[in-house]
Design a protein around this ligand. Structure first.
Ligand SMILES: [Zn+2]
Length: 444
């Protein structure tokens, strides 16, 4: 498995560095090309170390930026103070990074000159993306732990300008590209966006203003997902309907039909009874920790990283009742509500070409026990002692609820790609699921 992973990463496009350099900060030097990482399937491993991989070269700004400034801050005792009025709605990217049109960010940077006048030599504002990992290649190394990338820069002055006492307004706007990953705070790494405005006066004084920007992503719900799982060697089949997306807050319905529960022989019948039904939502986080130039040797040179993976359960429950068994039809039908546990702070799905990723799976686990009955007296069933554990999982998209903001292009007519191609297919995926034969050991 590690070999496969290495190979996949080595096969990553090599055109990266030229692409990044020519695109000047606007197109995310932070997020190198997408390559496919096929992780070890052993999802039980906690914080799974550590495959050193050829990944990519990072371009980071030399200056460190500390993004823990939650609210606007104004530096005291300067010739001028800065403040900001944001005019655009909350920043929400609609749909996936491949199809999102982005979000418009606009407002006014306000400069309140407290002296009779002040001369600004330079006045600019940067939108920065800061990625901080909790698993740096070299412990306690700030440069390994934090990468800051400039996403956009506004230059408010073409030449030095003298400002009089009073308020001066500098409008700004930028269409944030929809491929940017949303603000994410995972247990392995954080991605934060911030604005950093700096005015340099003729005396060399720096007047600064910093503010965090929260970028969210909302994947619009499509139609429900229908999935089928089979459990050989039994005849059992599970047809499951899941919502297209789920949200951190609020419950969602799951419908399942387990069919093939009855097998008739000459004069008798065997059948499966559902004895236990559990579900859980698994959250898988990944991050590829990069190394700073000083510590690159630790992992075999520049452009490499260390893959970390963390799997946790962010919601689970036993469904104790509510299923209907129909031995005539050979089906068990069940409907239940599931939800994330808010206390565990679920993290929305995200994927960044720098190797940061959050994904979710919905896992259903059932215990079925076998019964035998003579065809003439079907009501007199006796347990045979055989039992099986049926385990199956489905990919779930956890995303913000739509409607937090207004998309900048909401008024535009739908584009060609937006027109639905065809009605939803009945089955979205079909998979052979794991079936554990634990007959006798379950004490049923
Ligand atoms: Zn380092």
């Amino acid at each position: 498995m590690p070999g496969r992973l290495l190979q996949a990463l080595r096969a990553a496009p090599s055109s990266l560095s030229t692409k990044v350099e020519s695109s000047q900060a606007l197109h995310l030097p932070l997020f190198p090309p997408v390559y496919s990482v096929h992780p070890p399937t052993n999802s039980k491993s906690k914080s799974q170390e550590s495959l050193v991989m050829d990944a990519f070269k990072r371009h980071s700004l030399s200056g460190r930026h500390h993004s823990d400034k939650k609210s606007p801050k104004v530096e005291p005792q300067k010739a001028a103070k800065m403040d900001m009025v944001v005019e655009s709605p909350p920043l929400v990217f609609y749909n996936s990074s491949q199809s999102s049109t982005g979000a418009l960010f606009s407002g006014q940077l306000k400069v309140n000159v407290t002296e009779p006048h002040v001369t600004f030599e330079k006045f600019e504002m940067r939108l920065l993306a800061t990625v901080t990992t909790k698993k740096p290649v070299a412990q306690h190394c700030q440069d390994c732990a934090t990468k800051v990338t400039e996403i956009h820069k506004w230059e408010f002055l073409k030449a030095p300008a003298s400002l009089r006492h009073g308020m001066h307004e500098y409008p700004f706007s930028h269409l944030l590209p929809g491929h940017l990953p949303a603000t994410t705070h995972s247990t392995l790494a954080t991605l934060d966006y911030s604005l950093s405005a700096i005015a340099t006066t003729s005396t060399g004084d720096k007047i600064t203003y910093n503010r965090n920007l929260d970028i969210k992503r909302a994947i619009m719900p499509g139609s429900d997902k229908h999935s089928i799982r089979i459990f050989p060697p039994t005849n059992l089949t599970a047809a499951v309907t899941l919502p297209p997306v789920i949200h951190p807050i609020g419950d969602f319905p799951i419908e399942m039909r387990l069919s093939g529960i009855v097998t008739n022989k000459n004069d008798s019948q065997t059948r499966w009874k559902l004895r236990k039904l559990n579900w859980r939502i698994e959250e898988t986080q990944k991050f590829i920790s990069p190394a700073c130039s000083k510590h690159a040797q630790k992992i075999g040179g520049d452009g490499k990283g260390v893959l970390h993976e963390d799997v946790r359960v962010i919601g689970n429950e036993e469904v104790k009742h509510g299923w209907k068994t129909d031995f005539q039809e050979g089906n068990i039908d069940v409907e239940f509500q599931a939800a994330c546990n808010m206390a565990l702070k679920p993290i929305c799905d995200m994927e960044s070409p720098n190797g940061m990723e959050v994904k979710h799976n919905f896992v259903i686990e059932m215990v079925v026990a076998e019964e035998w009955a003579p065809l003439k007296k079907l009501s007199q069933a006796t347990p045979t002692g055989a039992a099986r554990v049926l385990r199956t999982q489905f990919h779930l998209i956890l995303t913000e609820r739509a409607g937090l903001g207004i998309s900048w292009d909401e008024e535009q007519p739908p584009m060609y790609e937006d027109v639905p191609a065809s009605p939803p297919t009945y089955v979205d995926d079909y998979d052979l699921s794991r079936l554990d034969d634990e007959a006798g050991s379950l004490n049923l």
